[in-house]
Design a protein around this ligand. Structure first.
Ligand SMILES: *Cc1c(COP(=O)(O)O)cnc(C)c1O
Length: 403
């Protein structure tokens, strides 16, 4: 990705076309809220994989660590290296799998902590570490019902005994991941919880006491303190979204990401005129439309074409026609004297109204996680520290126009 932050000459251009605002005060607030919901001895891991769900891993990680998180979670080795290169020295758990000696060497070199999910992998790690003459903390992953990464929970004790017998590996934690913690029906979640408990009991009988146990993602963290163990691994809640509607009253979270763009052209259309590729919208009357400089390559899903609304001057405005790669069109017939350069809010707050990633996810039949991750590629990211102030500033600037 073009590194706006590291190219000072580009900074004045960051708000020229379209941009993402990342409110670090909201990250701090969310982390504090989560922290307060945990018992004193429970650690908080900020999950910052996928560039912190599109929010920027380094800035989010720093802010989360300043406000109560003590661990970081990433999916891939390069994601971990990025944090280390930014001089972040908190423990980093690699949630994804690594299998080759090259990966093991990189993990050890960058002081990352790997997830182990089967004996073969454990042997590769042990052998490579013995060649390096070093030892490594490792985290054992159990599959208790997600059917993704992990050793079957029934084999927990045998697996842990094997790893414990390997000279260069130290078990730093045993963990598992829940498949349905965000659903109102808790049957599967409680089954996974019981399996995790049974696995721990097995370990205990085998004389193995892992220094740390963890199971909860954001949803489970909100649902039941019995799932917290020694650490929770929260991604989504850190970014201010609730994992499910029925959990929305559990904590007061604030959305961290807002997405804005500018109007690049305003024009009149005659009734019957087609708009955008495929003419999926035909003007039903004479109307005013506006072109906005943001499109699906920026993270606005094309499937929202003709379905989404945006905010201009605090007013809901319908999007019309197919969303294109870099631009989209709006029906602005209800806004008097709209100026090119005015600011459009696609996600976030404008005056008294707000559009959330959940609104988009509901329209599309997907989840807010995917919407947020869609913004990690192209748009410049503006780090701000008070969403209210900046939203207000943008609004003022918007109504005044721009030359
Ligand atoms: C991504 C991930 C999380 C965070 O999930 P959220 O629902 O975003 O809180 C936690 N644990 C594991 C293993 C993950 O892969």
């Amino acid at each position: 990705m073009l590194s706006w932050e590291h190219t000072p000459s580009l900074i004045p251009m960051m708000r020229e076309r379209a941009w993402v605002e990342i409110d670090l005060a909201a990250v701090a607030h969310n982390v504090q809220q989560l922290r307060r919901s945990l018992a004193a001895g429970t650690d908080l891991m900020a999950v910052v994989k996928a560039d912190a769900y599109g929010h920027g891993a380094v800035t989010v990680a720093r802010t989360a660590l300043q406000h109560g998180a003590t661990w970081l979670g990433v999916a891939t080795i390069p994601e971990g290296i990025e944090l280390r290169e930014a001089n972040i020295d908190a423990p980093i758990l690699l949630l994804g799998a690594a299998n080759t000696p090259e990966q093991v060497r990189a993990i050890a070199h960058w002081d990352l902590q790997p997830t182990l999910c089967n004996p073969k992998q454990a042997l590769v790690f042990a052998e490579t570490m013995s060649h390096m003459g070093r030892s490594l903390p490792v985290h054992l992953k159990l599959d208790t019902g997600m059917s993704r990464l992990g050793m079957p929970w029934q084999e927990a004790a045998a697996f842990a005994q094997l790893v414990q017998g390997l000279p260069n590996l130290q078990i730093a934690s045993v963990y598992s991941h829940l498949a349905t913690a965000d659903e109102p029906d808790q049957t599967v979640m409680q089954l996974q919880h019981h399996r995790f408990e049974a696995a721990i009991a097995q370990l205990c009988s085998a004389g193995i006491a892992p220094p740390r146990l963890h199971l909860a993602n954001s949803a489970a963290t909100l649902v039941d303190p019995a799932l917290h163990y020694n650490m929770v691994r929260t991604g989504l809640a850190t970014y201010g979204l609730h994992p499910a509607p029925h959990l929305s009253d559990r904590l007061n979270l604030q959305a961290v990401m807002q997405v804005r763009a500018r109007i690049t052209q305003v024009k009149s259309l005659q009734s019957g005129t087609g708009v955008s590729y495929g003419y999926k919208f035909i003007a039903p009357k004479d109307m005013q439309i506006a072109v906005v400089g943001i499109g699906y390559a920026d993270g606005v899903p094309r499937l929202l074409s003709n379905r989404m609304t945006v905010l201009i001057r605090g007013q809901r405005i319908p999007q019309i026609g197919s969303i294109t790669m870099d631009q989209l069109m709006l029906d602005v017939s209800t806004i008097p004297n709209l100026q090119e350069g005015e600011v459009v809010t696609l996600l976030g707050q404008d005056r008294g109204d707000r559009i959330t990633a959940d609104d988009w996810a509901n329209l599309l039949g997907t989840i807010s996680w995917e919407i947020l991750c869609g913004f990690k590629h192209r748009l410049p990211r503006l780090t701000i520290n008070q969403s209210q102030e900046v939203a207000h500033g943008v609004g003022k600037e918007g109504s005044g126009g721009r030359s």
